[in-house]
Design a protein. Structure first.
Length: 295
């Protein structure tokens, strides 16, 4: 994803008020937690916003920016709205479905990380450590994540509320056969994946590519060091290289459409691909959520 999307003031995902969920990569691997910032750490009052949505959209009362005269909330939390119970009943997942949390992509966007390198800003000191050029292309994974716009914050939270099972890139890399246990796979902004994960996803017959720019660059995952390194893609190691897998269905050019005014799916070899980045519309589009359920 181009850096222009990083600065868009879109919300940070906090999965559930007063709680968290964990994602297991497999029975023996480390646990990744996606947690809420505890209220005790924030002196502001959590309020329900007037954002139009199928869900209650909660935020801290002073945690917003004014952009072009519009109030844009930052740390948004979604809750089920009791008045929409019948709508949820129609939208809840009813198949064996996995949503893939893009943990490798979340790591790639951390600082210092891949995008520090892309900006040409890696050759300096970070946290008392001197980085040199390619050093930023190896990133440690964290044990906890608050996903952002670049790692499908809204999509992950909304689908979780609608009873979709969450797995991670790590789950697939360590056990690619896991995908065969699901009727349907939903990819989010899984921009950075390993070659094992790439092959496993393309081998599944029913994948929903919900966000453009998925399967864009190849990374290596070092399980012992718990880190990823960029291998190929996103103009690396040669400026002429775009998609690291030379994938013929790459639709990355469509990631810049964040309004989704002409939203539609296209059929590809192993599933369906959306033509826009739905992060700002998924939580309020009954039609889109219904279509995702019915695939």
């Amino acid at each position: 994803m181009n850096l222009i999307l990083i600065i868009i003031p879109i919300v940070i995902l906090i999965i559930a008020i007063g709680g968290y969920f964990v994602v297991f990569s497999n029975e023996t691997a480390e646990i990744i937690e996606i947690k809420q910032i505890p209220k005790s750490e924030n002196s502001q009052t959590l309020i329900q916003t007037n954002v139009k949505s199928l869900f209650k959209v909660m935020a801290y009362e002073n945690d917003f920016e004014i952009i072009n005269g519009e109030k844009i909330w930052r740390d948004v939390l979604y809750e089920l709205d009791e008045s929409n119970t019948m709508i949820y009943d129609d939208l809840r997942n009813d198949k064996k479905t996995a949503v893939v949390f893009p943990i490798f992509t979340a790591a790639a966007y951390s600082e210092p990380g891949f995008y520090t390198f892309y900006r040409g800003d890696c050759d300096r000191e970070f946290h008392g450590v001197l980085f040199r050029d390619d050093d930023c292309l190896t990133v440690k994974l964290e044990d906890e994540y608050n996903p952002l716009f670049t790692s499908s914050a809204n999509g992950l939270q909304v689908l979780n509320l609608l009873d979709y099972e969450i797995i991670t890139d790590i789950s697939i890399h360590q056990n690619p056969e896991i995908l065969s246990t699901y009727e349907k796979i939903i990819l989010l902004h899984n921009e950075y994946v390993t070659s094992i994960e790439f092959d496993a996803i393309l081998s599944h017959p029913n994948v929903i590519y919900l966000y453009p720019n998925a399967l864009y660059a190849e990374v290596n995952f070092d399980e012992e060091l718990w880190e990823i390194s960029l291998v190929r893609g996103h103009n690396y190691p040669e400026i002429t290289i775009r998609n690291g897998f030379d994938w013929k269905f790459d639709n990355s050019i469509e990631e810049y459409d964040v309004t989704c005014e002409d939203m539609k799916f296209s059929k590809i070899d192993n599933g369906w691909m959306l033509n826009c980045y739905p992060e700002n519309v998924l939580h309020k589009s009954k039609e889109l959520l219904k279509q995702i359920k019915e695939f």
